[in-house]
Design a protein around this ligand. Structure first.
Ligand code: NAD
Length: 484
């Protein structure tokens, strides 16, 4: 049987083929044991009328090899085309995006000479679930979903990554001062999972001030774990801070599959000129080699690459008079790295790798978790209404009630507007009416909710959605309203 590991490779568009050839030349010369299957993705596939940019038959290869080394692709302009990265993450269950951002001072110019940060971004949940609705003329909604198992998977991955890579600290960025339930859950899971890693320092930051600190003092951070949206934004910012987008690789990890790539795009204007920097894809390939249990080869490639940077052999994007020695093209850069295989950097920090298995699966499946005692204690019914003021709506609706219910407040964009306060607030056409039991705090039934919807419908109100207000083991699972 072959000792080689099967992987799937896509050469991509624009500069993709050039940087992929350079990357494969280097890792093959280092002794990587690979059986490569090539698939076609990107522009040509989109232009053949496939809106996903990947043929169905290519999934067979990906689901067989479970390892994908992917060059950047060009997403055609105009609507109707789906992002291949989003499709791949969803289809292959790639829940963790890992992006090391390192400064190579003084060889690559950067405002932040001391920086060695790994951003670990949750890839499947949050506002990226793609659940959006237009509810009224004036209001659109995007649903933010954060689950306990999803949070546990990514946070455990971050701690395992830190431990396996000799990292000392994991920081959690979130905004639970505002999003007390969703980001509050992420924070709580971080604290809970963190207890299992006494050897690793833990800290948390509210994302806004944390991002400000990261942008000015990146040396204060080590591994940072974040929800999807914060991670999307801050991983790009952090990579750019190192000096060039051409330098960072990224891994997308799932329980069954993994995808490795550069963080940059296909740079179409550079295509075919032998000028692009292959380093981002090469560092993606280095992460792939640790993942497929070839850590020695990964370290050999990475150290030769560091030595090449140190020797001043630079592509145009990082070339600087006085620091660089030789401006080279993609092919010449690859040749220089190959010549240095077996060498180690003298000034930059040498890397060492070991294989790590991440046990990030939450212990509990949703079918066998211990369920909390759940009671429905109210309902928020949302109404599309444009006939008058908040006070007038309150007066009309206070008598449109199912038996046993009282209306306790109306809010507009989250701010309480009825009972009316001292100032008539600015409102839009989207009203949330809260109904609770006439016996304060008592549970209500689903039939009462259905009856309330009927009453509203009969009275001519256009209800657009509802959210039940539940307690779980007596703890409210809903937020109070601003002003309530
Ligand atoms: P880009 O990353 O391709 O280019 C941004 C800038 O960085 C350009 O000036 C480019 O010349 C430079 N650059 C990028 N990679 C470089 C490298 N390896 N060496 C030297 N310079 C490099 O971003 P863009 O121009 O916004 O996007 C171009 C195309 O890439 C678009 O179609 C976009 O959709 C696609 N894209 C694909 C991916 C992916 O496949 N993962 C990611 C981002 C963008």
């Amino acid at each position: 049987m072959s000792e080689n590991t099967p992987i799937t490779v896509a050469y991509g568009d624009g500069i993709g083929p050039e940087i992929m050839i350079a990357t494969l030349d280097i890792i093959n010369a280092a002794g990587a044991k690979l059986d490569i299957e090539v698939i076609e993705i990107g522009e040509n596939v989109y232009n053949r009328g496939n809106d996903t940019g990947i043929e169905d038959s290519s999934w067979d290869s990906l689901l067989k090899t479970r390892v994908f080394l992917k060059a950047p692709i060009t997403t055609p302009q105009g609507g109707g085309f789906k992002s291949l990265n989003v499709t791949a993450r969803r289809t292959l269950g790639l829940y963790a995006n890992v992006r090391p951002c390192v400064s190579y001072n003084p060889y690559v110019q950067t405002k932040h000479p001391i920086m060695d940060v790994v951003i670990i971004r949750e890839n499947e949940e949050d506002l990226y679930a793609g659940i959006e609705h237009r509810q009224t003329d004036q209001v659109m909604q995007c649903l933010k979903l954060i689950s306990e198992p999803g949070s546990e998977k990514i946070i455990r991955y971050a701690f395992e990554y830190a431990r396996a890579n000799n990292r000392k600290k994991v920081t959690c960025f979130m905004k639970d001062n505002i999003m007390k339930l969703t980001d509050g859950l992420f924070h709580k899971v971080f604290d809970k999972v963190g207890e299992e890693y006494p050897d690793i320092e833990k800290e948390n930051w509210i994302v806004d001030i944390g991002a400000a600190k990261l942008a000015t003092s990146p040396e204060a951070f080590d591994v940072i774990v974040m929800e999807n949206l914060y991670g999307d934004i801050l991983s790009d910012v952090t990579a750019q801070m190192t000096g060039s987008v051409g330098l960072a690789g990224s891994a997308n990890i799932g329980d069954k599959c993994a995808m490795f790539e550069a963080i940059h795009g296909s740079a179409p204007r550079r295509a075919g000129q032998n000028s692009a920097n292959p380093s981002g894809l090469l560092l993606g390939a280095v992460m792939m080699l640790t993942h497929i249990d070839q850590p020695e080869i990964a370290a050999k490639v990475h150290n030769a690459w560091l030595k090449t940077l140190e020797d001043g052999i630079h592509t145009y994007d990082i070339f600087r008079e006085g620091v660089s020695k030789q401006k080279v093209g993609t092919k010449e850069f690859a040749k220089a790295v190959i010549e240095r295989l077996g060498q180690k950097p003298k000034e930059l920090k040498e890397v060492e790798y070991k294989r790590f298995d991440v046990k990030s699966n939450p212990a509990n499946d949703y079918r066998n978790i211990k369920k909390a005692k759940k009671e429905t204690v109210g309902v928020d019914i949302f109404i599309h209404w444009t006939e008058g003021t908040a006070g007038e709506l309150g007066e009309k609706l206070r008598n449109v009630l199912a038996e046993g219910l009282q209306m306790t407040m109306i809010s507009n964009r989250g701010t309480k507007v009825w009972p009316v306060g001292k100032v008539e607030p600015f409102c839009v056409d989207h009203w949330r009416c809260r109904y609770e039991s006439v016996k304060n705090g008592e549970p209500i039934t689903h039939n009462m909710i259905v009856e309330q919807l009927s009453k509203l419908h009969e009275a001519g109100y256009d209800f657009i959605k509802l959210e039940n207000l539940c307690t779980f083991d007596g703890v409210p699972g809903f937020s109070l309203t601003k002003g309530q």
